[in-house]
Design a protein around this ligand. Structure first.
Ligand code: NVA
Length: 364
């Protein structure tokens, strides 16, 4: 065998915890935009009092002071990764401010290249461009084109799930987000496959996915058929008034260790109990209620990145969570991130792991 065939493929990520070698981290720049108000926004923004902010500021850059603070956090995250010997790559900026249109709809602008986790689903040696449910984010994949071309040339598989039409038929007419005490309901119809990459989380041959404001059953079915018989895609039952992305809800952190959000997971899939996994219930967030949060909840603290089976990058303000992680056998590495979280995501959202050293296995 030659050297090439014995080394780890250029794209190789089977789970959240094999030793991390290369990662793509999003980009904060002065034209990082507030997502424009759109059909999906009332379904994903938890805090109703923020809706006017989005209606008035959608499509404009976030205030400079907020971007500066978010950038400082992102730089600290990159620093932690590089200190650990991880190669960090970043997307291209693109013309976020340009209006978008198709025969079915118009959007005032796109948003940013901030959250690669939502756009690219990396499974094994393949990169899947997700069929995202947001009109304003439907061209975000372009920010990653140079990287995808390079990874493809290096041997990776690269595919786009059918880009959704996102016409009126894609969204339930007159949708109103459920209240806490109401049964779960979701914005997308079953008109066409839809999911964001962050609606899914991988665990070797098993992939877990939750329906959300941008993920429907058709999308889950597409993913299962695309991945084929080597994988089982399991839907996780959740309750979330504004569901978007599984990684502040349900996260297999290491073999035998599943982190769950106590408010959102309705039922842990039976295979975890059968295989003797520990279910780690995330403690309450410590972020003060007064800390500004625009596009996600304080549970974003769960959105950690594993460097390997034990080392976990965790938001520096979340001391109680860091202590619990230690008790559970992890080594938390604290990194300031509350100011990045303000504009809509945690470490996991802000990155997508490209290469981890390890192979495809079953953990059940
Ligand atoms: N939608 C989730 C964040 C997902 C990364 C939340 O607001 O908690």
């Amino acid at each position: 065998m030659d050297q090439q065939s014995t080394s780890t493929p250029v794209v190789n990520a089977h789970n959240e915890w094999d030793p991390l070698e290369e990662i793509v981290v999003g980009r904060v720049d002065q034209t990082t935009l507030v997502p424009p108000w759109d059909v999906i926004m009332p379904a994903v923004v938890h805090d109703r009092t923020q809706w006017d902010f989005f209606k008035q500021n959608g499509g404009k850059p976030w205030p400079t002071s907020m971007l500066k603070k978010a950038e400082r956090d992102l730089d600290a995250f990159i620093d932690v990764l590089e200190q650990a010997g991880v190669t960090v790559r970043q997307p291209e900026p693109y013309a976020y401010e340009r209006a978008l249109s198709t025969p079915d709809w118009e959007a005032a602008s796109s948003c940013y290249a901030l959250m690669p986790r939502d756009v690219l689903l990396v499974i094994g040696d393949q990169i899947i461009e997700a069929p995202m449910g947001w009109r304003s984010r439907s061209t975000e994949r372009l920010a990653y084109r140079e990287l995808c071309k390079e990874y493809f040339r290096g041997g990776a598989r690269w595919v786009a799930a059918p880009p959704p039409r996102l016409s009126a038929e894609s969204y339930s007419p007159g949708f109103a987000a459920p209240e806490e005490d109401e049964p779960q309901r979701f914005l997308p119809t079953e008109y066409e496959p839809m999911f964001d990459a962050a609606d899914a989380i991988k665990c070797g041959r098993d992939v877990f996915i939750a329906r959300s404001s941008c993920c429907n059953r058709f999308g889950i079915q597409w993913l299962q058929r695309h991945l084929g018989a080597d994988y089982a895609v399991h839907e996780v039952e959740i309750h979330d008034t504004h569901p978007m992305h599984i990684d502040a809800t349900f996260s297999p952190l290491a073999p035998g260790k599943l982190l769950i959000n106590p408010e959102r997971v309705v039922k842990v899939p039976e295979l975890f109990e059968k295989a003797g996994w520990d279910v780690l219930v995330c403690p309450e967030p410590e972020m003060p209620e007064t800390h500004p949060m625009y596009n996600c909840s304080r549970w974003i603290m769960m959105n950690v990145v594993m460097l390997d089976e034990t080392r976990v990058i965790v938001s520096a303000g979340e001391k109680r969570f860091a202590r619990r992680l230690k008790e559970w056998g992890f080594e938390p590495i604290e990194c300031p991130f509350w100011d990045f979280e303000t504009i809509g995501g945690g470490f996991h959202c802000a990155s997508v792991d490209i290469r981890r050293r390890g192979g495809l296995a079953s953990y059940f």
